[in-house]
Design a protein around this ligand. Structure first.
Ligand code: AMP
Length: 177
């Protein structure tokens, strides 16, 4: 199977071509059609099997199609939230959205703890479509009123098993409440 058999929009196909990807990995072949149909999905695959693109590609397509139907005025609202256990994973996911979403005009930002919140707050204030966050900083910025979840339509728990192993269970429950 090739990516161009998955009903993907042109900017995504071009971005994948630029990345040098032609063939979706098994988890991508299975997940992309399900997510594009708007269904919930629980996916399990080893690291390095293309899990990030398996959710990022269909999310970009859904948001891009939604954007075409939205008025251009006003700051962007967070419509996708991805919660992930570590700063490194959060940064990698942000980079994946940048690569696969090139040409769609969608904006993402990454928030994680252990650093000043200043630049993260500035990015949030300017408006983003996709937020990638670690649990503690997410809740902290929510409590301070910098993040609103009221426009969310897509929610991803990345490496959910690892977050639970790391003792984030209370934070994860609060984030998904
Ligand atoms: P992940 O499992 O999401 O960490 O992805 C592992 C690596 O595979 C990353 O470096 C991706 O850039 C790369 N990758 C993801 N999907 C594909 C694909 N369909 N073809 C080739 N490489 C890919």
């Amino acid at each position: 199977m090739l990516f161009n058999e998955l009903d993907l929009i042109e900017p995504i196909l071009n971005a994948l071509k630029n990345e040098g990807y032609t063939t979706p990995t098994p988890i991508q072949q299975k997940s992309i059609p399900i997510i594009l149909r708007g269904q919930d999905l629980l996916g399990c695959a080893q690291t390095g099997t293309g899990k990030t693109a398996a959710f990022a590609i269909p999310i970009i397509q859904i948001l891009h199609n939604l954007k075409a139907n939205l008025p251009e005025r006003g700051p962007r609202k967070i419509r996708t939230l991805i919660v992930t256990p570590t700063r490194e994973l959060a940064i990698q996911i942000g980079e994946s959205f940048n690569s696969y979403g090139k040409g769609t005009g969608l904006r993402n930002t990454v928030v994680f703890g252990g650093v000043s919140q200043h630049s993260q707050v500035t990015a949030l204030r300017s408006g983003v479509d996709i937020l990638i966050a670690t649990p503690g900083r997410l809740l902290d910025l929510c409590a301070q009123g910098y993040i609103s979840m009221s426009d969310l339509s897509i929610f991803v728990l990345d490496e959910a098993d690892r977050m639970l192993d790391m003792g984030f269970v209370v934070d994860v429950k609060k984030s998904s409440a």
